[in-house]
Ligand binder design. Structure first.
Ligand code: PMT
Length: 414
C-alpha cells in the first residue's frame, strides 16, 4: 500500500550503541517499505551490535559510520545528509549520544549531521534503567524535548542486564507512529480535533454475559490512524477492540452504548470531525440481573426484555443544531439488504453530512475483515462508490472526503 506520509521522504536514521540496535533494523525495514529514502548513520559502538551491511541491505542505500571516508566522493556527507533530511530519528539513542546532542557535540558522523540538520527529531532512548533515571540524563532529555525533539519511550521491560526497569527502547511501530505524527504536522488536519467511535458495544445481561456484535474495531482504528496521519489530534472512543489500538491517539474506553454516548457528547463541543464507525447496540436488556442468571430444572426458554438505547449520532445532531459543533459528522451504515435506500434514510434521520454505506454481506467487507467495500453518500445527494480496498485505504478516502466537507468550517486551530 502506498504510504502518503512517508513515501518519498528522506529519513535520517541514527543508530547508536545498544542491544536494541537489532530492533532498529526492523524500523529501517518498515520505513523503507513505506517508501521512505532512509539514510542510516551508525556510531562505531552501534556496529558492535549490528553490522552496517544489515542496514545497507534493508534501506537499499549505504549505511555510513565514518566521518573521514567519503563514499561517492562526497567530502562533507554530514552537511548534505543534514540538508536533505525531512526527518531525523535516533533509535536506539544511548545515554552517551543523548548527552552529546543536548550539549551540541559533533565528534562523529551522526552527531555532526544531527547538529547540522534542521529536520524535526524523533528520539527513542534505550539504556540501563539507572543510566536513564540519572538526573544528568533526565536533564539532557528535558533539554532536547524543550528544543522540540519528540521523545518516544523508553518503556519498562526486561533490559540487557536482565533486570526489569525503565530503559527499554520503544517498539518500532511506536517509533514509526511518532515519526508519522511529526511529518503530519503540516497536514490538512493540523490543529483540528477528530473523534472516531469504534468496536461493538456490550450490553450486559448479567455480570458475566452480554449482547454484542461482530465488530472488531479494525475500521475505527484505521480511521483514527488516517486522521492522525493528516495531522489531527484524535480521540478514539471505543468499545472492546479485537485488534491493538492505534499509537499517537488518545483513547477513551467504554463498554455500553450509554457510556459511548456520554463520552462522545462530552467531546463533541471541541470536535471538528466526528466519525461514527462503532456498531452500537440499538437495544439493551431492560433490567440486567445483579447475579449470574440461573436455569431452573425443566426451564425450556428465557425471555429477556430489551429497551431502546440512545441513538448517539441523533443526539449529536441535536447538539450540533444548538452549538454548531462538530463541524462535520460522518456515520456508517452496516446493511444486509437495500444498502443505498437504508443508508440514505439513516443519512437524513441522523442529520449527517455523509454516510459510509457498508454492505456487510459481501465477502471481504464489513465486520472483522481486513478489507471493506463502501459507497459514500453525501447530504447534498452525491454518491461515490469505491472499490474493495484495505481498511487503511478506505479510511484515507473517508478522511479525504470529510476534510473536503469541512471547508473552512472547522474550529480555529489552537
Ligand atoms: O469493526 P470492524 O470489524 O472493522 O467492522 C466495521 C463495521 C462493519 C462495524 C463498520 O464498517 C460499520 O459499518 N459500522 C457501523 C455499524 C452499525 O452499527 O451501523 P448501523 O447502521 O446500525 O448504525 C448507523 C450509524 O449510527 C453508525 O454510524 C452507528 O455508529 C450509529 N449509531 C447506531 C446506533 C446507535 N444507537 N447510535 C448510533 O450512533
Amino acid at each position: 500500500m502506498s504510504d502518503q506520509l512517508l513515501s518519498g521522504k528522506r529519513v535520517l536514521l541514527g543508530v547508536t550503541g545498544g542491544i536494541a540496535a537489532y530492533k532498529a533494523a526492523d524500523l529501517c525495514s518498515k520505513l523503507a517499505q513505506a517508501g521512505a529514502q532512509v539514510d542510516v548513520i551508525m556510531t562505531e559502538a552501534a556496529t558492535r551490535f549490528v553490522g552496517p551491511l544489515t542496514f545497507s541491505a534493508l534501506s537499499g542505500r549505504p549505511a555510513r559510520v565514518d566521518m573521514w571516508t567519503a563514499p561517492g566522493g562526497d567530502p562533507i556527507p554530514h552537511v548534505h545528509m543534514a540538508a536533505a533530511a525531512d526527518l531525523a530519528i535516533v533509535a536506539p539513542l544511548s545515554a552517551n549520544t543523548l548527552a552529546k546532542l543536548a550539549l551540541g557535540l559533533a565528534d562523529n558522523l551522526l552527531t555532526a549531521t544531527l547538529l547540522a540538520t534542521e529536520a524535526p527529531l524523533v528520539l527513542a532512548p534505550a539504556m540501563e534503567s539507572h543510566m536513564w533515571s540519572n538526573p544528568v540524563t533526565q536533564a539532557h532529555a528535558k533539554t532536547l524535548r524543550k528544543r522540540g525533539a519528540v521523545q518516544v519511550g523508553p518503556g519498562v521491560g526486561r533490559l540487557a542486564s536482565s533486570a526489569l526497569g525503565a530503559g527499554r527502547m520503544a517498539e518500532p511501530v511506536e517509533i514509526l507512529a511518532a515519526a508519522r505524527g511529526v511529518l503530519a504536522r503540516s497536514g490538512p488536519l493540523a490543529g483540528r480535533r477528530v473523534v472516531v467511535t469504534a468496536g461493538g458495544t456490550q450490553e450486559p445481561l448479567d455480570p458475566v454475559r452480554y449482547i454484542t456484535n461482530a465488530s472488531s474495531g479494525k475500521m475505527g482504528v484505521a480511521l483514527a490512524e488516517a486522521a492522525r496521519d493528516l495531522g489531527a489530534e484524535v480521540t478514539l472512543v471505543h468499545a472492546p477492540l479485537a485488534v491493538p489500538g492505534p499509537y499517537g491517539v488518545e483513547r477513551v474506553s467504554v463498554r455500553t452504548a450509554i457510556e459511548m454516548r456520554d463520552a462522545v457528547l462530552a467531546l463533541a463541543p471541541a470536535t471538528d470531525i466526528l466519525i461514527g464507525a462503532a456498531a452500537v447496540a440499538d437495544f439493551r436488556p431492560a433490567d440486567p440481573a445483579a447475579q449470574k442468571i440461573k436455569k431452573t430444572p425443566g426451564q425450556a426458554a428465557l425471555t429477556i426484555e430489551l429497551v431502546r438505547n440512545p441513538d448517539i449520532l441523533a443526539e449529536v445532531a441535536a447538539l450540533r443544531a444548538e452549538i454548531g459543533r462538530p463541524a462535520v459528522v460522518v456515520g456508517f451504515a452496516a446493511e444486509t439488504q437495500d444498502l443505498l435506500a437504508n443508508a440514505t434514510a439513516k443519512l437524513a434521520a441522523k442529520r449527517l453530512d455523509m454516510i459510509v454505506a457498508n454492505d456487510v454481506t459481501d465477502p471481504g467487507s464489513g465486520f472483522g475483515s481486513d478489507t471493506n467495500q463502501i459507497t459514500l453518500l453525501y447530504a447534498d445527494g452525491r454518491v461515490e462508490a469505491l472499490p474493495l480496498a484495505s481498511k487503511g485505504e478506505v479510511a484515507e478516502r473517508v478522511l479525504d472526503a470529510a476534510v473536503a466537507s469541512m471547508g473552512d468550517g472547522g474550529l480555529a486551530p489552537g
